[in-house]
Design a protein around this ligand. Structure first.
Ligand code: AMP
Ligand code: GLY
Length: 573
């Protein structure tokens, strides 16, 4: 149980916003302290069933010497506390300006009288001086010059009531659930585990290679998973892969008021319906390959003849295998027939024929929080194996440098993307993954995904040195504008170890030995493995990822692993 004290001298609207925000948490106990027996906040405390104390200055000092809290929250408390008192507990305060501007009373009025066009709020640790102490969080507010004082105050308070509870939530330690069982989810879980903001990490559908990082949740259906998350006071769910998103997991979590990184079902269609994505791109003039939708085998010849180099794509999800590329028109035709006859079930009953584009591929990851779009350094995914087959990804690098002209085109693309997200009023926080190709003339979108890529995540999460839980959490509370990315000095490479035969059938249950002797320059993330009697056994195509900023160390590690089905891609150094 976390014991929290809120201090208020007056109205107490922040007090009420905080208590209400946490009303479903069964691990937090609030108390109120006021120095004003006539304060309206007492009425609010009574209504909300919060125990309160009304004390004078001397009693307050005494009170803090005797009582320890996990956090003391000042929310419109007007007495200055002396150094001795402040040092008894962790005190935080909120102030309605962008400190250090307008310390002290009437900050909003000062900004209003001065016709400031920009104001905001500051949440900071409190010390014995007024409105000083280390800043925890600031949020800017653009002022409309037509606002009267009443409207001005209301807008500032709205910001306070939204952000104060959420920043407090973060300070109290976050319970986080990571959903999914690939190497991408392993790296996400690992980075969350390293965060100083974490209280408890929970995992659903993890693989045996990283189950020891957190507490495993077994569930029967999404509703049941949401209920269990609620019971465990989970603040944030990070959803790794697309099936959950297209299946509506986030819609259910949202019903239970649980924040998630991942879109609702409607927006997940950017990935789960190629046709939906194409229509969205057309609406916002985002360049993509020309295409034709086909549902009937009668039209195969006619439609194929529209294209110079046709490729085919299942409209729906197909576990990353829905694109068929070939230079041979007859095999395209044959495959198209399979598609339309339900090779991928419902997903390929509607198929897209599209023009093949030629150029360098890039993966752009952008976090959208409902207001802000934060772009990460470009990554590259190496999808093709030695037989030129498309796989789920065999290697990745972050960052990828591009020339000045391409960068300018990328900026134009980023602006269009921002417009799309904003104009479509997309509120759901998620990771938008743009699969891009740089052709002779411009940047084109090959595909959208609504989650991190695998194996790009393994490189990206190691390249960016920020606290990743801070990034994910800020994304969930419209706070991405507070994030400044910190990059590693050297690029990061990921090489995926696969089992012979991948992307087609592979043997399972083959032991992987000599993992523990890996050099300390590499990180390892597991995907398709199981652990049985302390033995690591392969359980699918992509088995594990080795990651480092020293490529030769990666290959030394791969060499050292003893696995009879071992295959991996060699990148030029
Ligand atoms: P997807 O299944 O949509 O994720 O696409 C997977 C991969 O297929 C892409 O990363 C590209 O390598 C390839 N691809 C998809 N569309 C095209 C296209 N129009 N031209 C060339 N390659 C494509
Ligand atoms: N790297 C490809 C994907 O995650 O879909």
């Amino acid at each position: 149980m976390k014991n929290i004290l809120i201090m208020s001298s007056k109205n107490g609207s922040n007090f009420e916003a905080i208590v209400k925000y946490f009303k479903n948490r069964n691990d937090i106990n609030f108390k109120l302290l006021t120095d004003n027996k006539d304060a309206y906040v007492i009425k609010r405390a009574k209504k909300l069933g919060v125990e309160y104390f009304c004390l004078n200055k001397d009693e307050i000092r005494d009170f803090f010497l005797k009582n320890k809290f996990d956090l003391v929250i000042m929310a419109g408390f007007f007495k200055i506390l002396d150094k001795g008192t402040i040092e008894t507990n962790t005190f935080i305060n909120i102030h309605p300006s962008l400190l250090p501007k307008y310390k002290g009373l009437n900050a909003i009025e000062h900004a209003y009288v001065n016709n400031d066009l920009k104001t905001g709020i500051t949440i900071h640790y409190a010390n014995e001086f007024v409105d000083e102490g280390e800043i925890i969080f600031q949020k800017e507010l653009e002022v409309n010059p037509n606002w009267n004082l009443w409207k001005f105050e209301r807008e500032v308070h709205k910001l306070e009531h939204y952000y104060y509870p959420r920043i407090i939530e973060k300070l109290l330690g976050l319970n986080v659930l990571v959903v999914g069982g690939g190497a991408r989810e392993h790296v996400i879980a690992q980075k969350i585990k390293e965060s100083k903001l974490l209280d408890t990490l929970y995992l659903a559908d993890c693989n045996d290679g990283f189950s020891s990082l957190g507490n495993k949740i077994e569930y029967t259906n999404y509703q049941n998973l949401a209920l269990q998350a609620k019971k465990r006071n989970i603040s944030l769910v990070i959803v790794g892969s697309e099936e959950y998103l297209a299946g509506g997991l986030v819609d259910i979590l949202n019903k239970y008021n649980i924040k998630a990184i991942g879109p609702n079902k409607k927006i997940a269609k950017l990935e789960s319906s190629k046709l939906f994505a194409k229509k969205m791109m057309a609406k916002y003039k985002i360049k993509t390959a020309p295409y034709k939708k086909i549902t009937s085998i009668n039209k195969i010849d006619k439609y194929l003849s529209y294209f110079k180099n046709p490729i085919i794509k299942a409209d729906g999800l197909a576990k990353g295998k829905g694109v068929y590329l070939s230079d041979d028109i007859n095999s395209i035709k044959k495959e198209l027939l399979f598609y339309l006859n339900g090779k991928f079930g419902k997903s390929s009953k509607t198929t897209l024929i599209e023009e093949k584009l030629f150029g360098e591929e890039l993966s752009l990851f952008s976090f959208w929080d409902g207001e802000n779009l934060l772009h990460f350094p470009l990554c590259r995914d190496f999808k093709q194996n030695d037989k030129n087959e498309n796989t789920g990804g065999l290697a990745s690098i972050c960052p990828i440098e591009i020339d000045f002209d391409t960068n300018k085109k990328l900026d134009i693309y980023k602006n269009k993307l921002y417009k799309l997200l904003q104009k479509e009023k997309i509120k759901t926080p998620f990771v938008l993954y743009s699969g891009l190709i740089v052709t002779g003339d411009d940047i084109y979108v090959l595909e959208y995904n609504v989650r991190l890529g695998d194996p790009e995540a393994q490189s990206l999460l190691n390249y960016i040195k920020n606290d990743w839980l801070e990034i994910f959490f800020m994304c969930s509370i419209k706070g991405l504008d507070s994030i400044k990315l910190i990059e590693n000095k050297k690029p990061i490479t990921t090489i995926v170890m696969t089992s012979k035969g991948y992307p087609n059938e592979t043997k399972k249950g083959i032991e992987i030995k000599n993992i523990n002797s890996l050099n300390n320059k590499t990180e390892i993330y597991f995907s398709n493995i199981i652990i049985s009697d302390n033995r690591i056994l392969s359980n699918g195509g992509r088995v594990l990822s080795i990651v480092s900023d020293d490529r030769s160390a990666i290959y030394r590690a791969l060499n050292a692993i003893d696995f009879s089905e071992k295959e991996y891609k060699i990148l030029d150094s």
